[in-house]
Design a protein around this ligand. Structure first.
Ligand SMILES: [Fe+2]
Ligand SMILES: [Fe+2]
Length: 316
């Protein structure tokens, strides 16, 4: 079982009938985020204006062919599938982000923003590549994932997406990028992923760092195209419902493939996470609804930079 308090895998002393679930520990981490932040990195701060922060496209090539354990996160089925379920929404979601922004590329007259958009496309494309390889590894472990991916992509992108205006699709993209930046900050600043398998941890931390690097791009595109508040609000509402609905569905799809004992043990953790913790994540995200909100209000670029520097991939 996972011991998030120490950031190490640990055997928990669980008395008969006592619920010491992982979700409770996840909850503890969410609640105590301020207490669990790592020491500030001792490196030179990046002294540049927000618009000049570099967005670097990196080709990582994680060795997924080597495989990773079936329960790769804290030896927990629940926590593993919680993150596998989140991974499921990424590749098709990132293609949606690119399509949504591309619709408005011709309306962008600021050369710097256009350059940031191109770098954003590059980063999201690389995220897809790596996550799709992780899917192959999951299939090799015996998980059936195709039916979920087909259902998700048909519903989200073949049936719902065409019913939304291009502006709404852009607004949804900007809101989802806000959530990915929140997740990125969380995993980079806490010990949450310490008990994950090293390769999956590196995948998620690299992705997290790049989500922070490009976190303001889609918001700036939306502001350039249509800065009206109700447009931002509507996108946030749809994005929030869609994200947690499809994330939850992906997690359940995988948990259903575990044996009866594991499913039973994970049920309470699943319910607790999605009905108690997910609302807290949304609450964290409500900052997005401030009238004068901008992603750069939270200056956490240093968090991304320090991680990328640590793995020797700051430049590319
Ligand atoms: Fe991404
Ligand atoms: Fe992103």
């Amino acid at each position: 079982m996972l011991c998030l308090a120490t950031g190490r895998a640990c055997k928990m002393q669980q008395k008969e009938g006592e619920m010491v679930g992982l979700a409770a520990q996840v909850q503890e981490v969410w609640r105590g985020r301020g207490n669990r932040r790592r020491e500030a990195p001792a490196i030179t701060p990046l002294e540049v204006a927000p618009g000049e922060r570099p967005i670097v496209v990196r080709r990582m090539g994680f060795p997924f062919k080597q495989g990773f354990p079936r329960w790769w996160f804290g030896e927990s089925a629940f926590l593993t599938h919680l993150l596998n379920g989140l991974n499921f929404v990424f590749p098709a979601g990132e293609r949606f982000f690119i399509r949504s922004v591309r619709e408005f590329e011709g309306q962008l007259h600021d050369e710097e923003l256009r350059a940031r958009v191109r770098a954003f496309f590059g980063q999201e494309s690389q995220h897809q590549v790596e996550h799709l390889h992780a899917f192959e590894a999951l299939e090799k472990q015996g998980f059936e994932i195709k039916s979920f991916l087909v259902w998700y992509q048909n519903l989200a992108y073949k049936r719902l997406e065409p019913r939304l205006s291009p502006l709404m699709r852009l607004s949804i993209t900007a809101a989802l990028e806000h959530f990915t930046a929140i997740f990125g900050d969380f995993v980079l600043s806490s010990d949450f992923l310490d008990t994950a398998h090293p390769m999956m941890r590196e995948l998620l931390l690299w992705h997290a760092a790049e989500e922070i690097e490009h976190k303001s791009v889609t918001f700036d595109v939306l502001q350039a195209v249509d800065p009206r508040y109700h447009v931002r609000l509507a996108g946030f509402l749809v994005a929030t419902v869609g994200l947690f609905f499809f994330w939850s569905a992906g997690t359940l799809h995988l948990l259903r493939q575990e044996d009866a004992t594991t499913r039973k043990g994970s049920r309470a953790e699943y319910l607790n996470f999605f009905f108690r913790e997910a609302p807290r994540i949304v609450f964290d995200g409500l900052d997005y609804l401030r009238l004068n909100f901008h992603p750069d209000d939270e200056d956490n670029y240093e968090l991304a930079r320090s991680y990328l520097e640590k793995i020797g991939r700051l430049a590319a």
